[in-house]
Design a protein around this ligand. Structure first.
Ligand code: ASP
Ligand code: MG
Length: 410
């Protein structure tokens, strides 16, 4: 007998009929003799609907109330799933984050999970109850409801799996697994059978929407093997797991893109110690994650700084940067929201050279100008004009031999 954690996303619970399908699938796994904890997202579109309601009232709602609002979607889906199981004759019980409780820090809308009290869930499991957990939410130490950022139910699932030492954490979704790139852009993209935590982390942070980044960080930290698979069939999906020797032989595992960033440049900043700290500390205090940073070589004691921030934080970031720019005596601030980041990812890069230059060459052959570059051990990212995103993804996918699943091996 195993303990299985399954997570179903919004599209899998988008209608009553789909919820009943999920209930049947959960029941099937339960009938096979497993203990079951099921984490669900809100019904498809519901969280967006709630966010839009808040936007009708104000642009910057109080963060606490925002979390109270967006956490509401999951209350509907957990109770409906629980009822569906009960009407099939199973014992099921739903839990909101605070009822578990699942404790987090107090960073509203991007809270981090600190601790999960597993006593209630364990007791239910011992009594043969199927436990349904609301994804995406927790409770801070002052009893405020917190949420984990969009797509946060993945993180709930992995965290619950880690806390309960589950045998498997299955993320059931509307795709068959993790693909070499977005199949909507490149129809030749193929499913990856297994991918390392680090690659998945890069893919997720670079724009692959299959798993929330935090969930992968969590899985890596606690060694949870995550199985991303389709909720519509029984085919094996993608295993996200510890790196093994086969993975190294593939040069590039995937091509990712992200249109969710915006670029901000601060012009003619005095080139003195402490300036970067003055610029970036207020952003981090506001919980805004800065991604790529470029500082130009200094001329006559001045330098330009360019960096990217999530588009969702863009207005907030710009306001902060404009204030700081005045304080530090910069000449001005420029910004650009129509950028995209295109990246190639693969642990094989560690042991092979020439991969970055092949990427630059491929883009230049298509006349795509590179505005910023950043690299890590296992990825190369380029910021380009967002109108070239699809083109860039297609040519890179082909150049690195990923079309039709013909991965380039050593
Ligand atoms: N319902 C939340 C969202 O739409 C959490 C999730 O789906 O994982 O972002
Ligand atoms: Mg999701």
């Amino acid at each position: 007998m195993a303990l299985v954690v399954q997570k179903y996303g919004g599209t899998s619970v988008g209608t009553i009929e789909k919820i009943q399908n999920v209930a049947r699938r959960v029941a099937r796994t339960y009938d096979a003799g497993n203990d079951m904890v099921v984490v669900v997202s809100a019904m498809a579109g519901e969280t967006n609907r709630l966010v839009a309601l808040s936007e009708e009232i104000c642009e910057f709602p109080s963060e606490r109330e925002y979390d109270v609002l967006v956490a509401a979607g999951e209350q509907v889906s957990i109770s409906l799933l629980s009822m569906a199981l009960q009407s099939m004759g199973y014992k099921a019980k739903s839990y909101l984050g605070w009822q578990i409780p699942l404790y987090t820090d107090d960073a509203f809308s991007k809270a981090r999970i600190n601790e999960i009290e597993d006593a209630n869930i364990r007791k239910d499991l011992d009594n043969g109850i199927i436990v349904i957990v609301a994804g995406f939410q927790g409770l801070d130490r002052d009893n405020n409801i917190t949420t984990f950022g969009r797509g946060g139910s993945d993180t709930s699932a992995v965290a619950v799996a880690a806390a309960l030492k589950a045998d498997v954490c299955e993320i059931l979704t509307d795709v068959d697994g993790v693909y070499t790139t977005d199949p909507r852009v490149v129809p030749e993209a193929s499913k990856i059978d297994k991918i390392s935590y680090d690659e998945m982390l890069e893919m997720a942070s670079l724009g692959s929407k299959v798993l929330q980044i935090r969930s992968v960080e969590f899985a890596k930290k606690y060694g949870v093997v995550v199985h991303v698979r389709s909720s519509l069939n029984d085919n094996p999906g993608t295993l996200v797991m510890k790196e093994d020797a086969d993975m190294e032989t593939v040069l590039v595992s995937g091509v990712a893109y992200n249109k969710d960033e915006a670029k901000i440049s601060v012009m003619r900043v005095p080139d003195q110690p402490g300036i970067a700290a003055q610029l970036f500390t207020p952003l981090s205090m506001a919980n805004i994650t800065v991604d790529m940073i470029i500082q130009n070589i200094s001329q006559e004691g001045f330098t330009d700084m360019t960096f990217t921030v999530p588009r969702s934080d863009f207005k907030k970031a710009l306001k902060i940067v404009e204030e700081t720019a005045v304080k530090v005596g910069a000449a001005g601030v420029q910004c650009n929201e129509s950028i995209a980041k295109v990246s190639i990812v693969g642990v094989g890069m560690r042991s092979h050279s020439g991969i970055a230059s092949k990427m630059f060459e491929t883009l230049s052959t298509e006349g795509v100008n590179i505005q910023m570059i950043s690299t890590s051990e296992i990825k190369v990212s380029c910021v380009i004009d967002d109108k070239y995103t699809e083109l860039a993804v297609r040519v890179l996918h082909e150049a690195f031999g990923l079309d039709n699943g013909q991965v380039v091996q050593e």
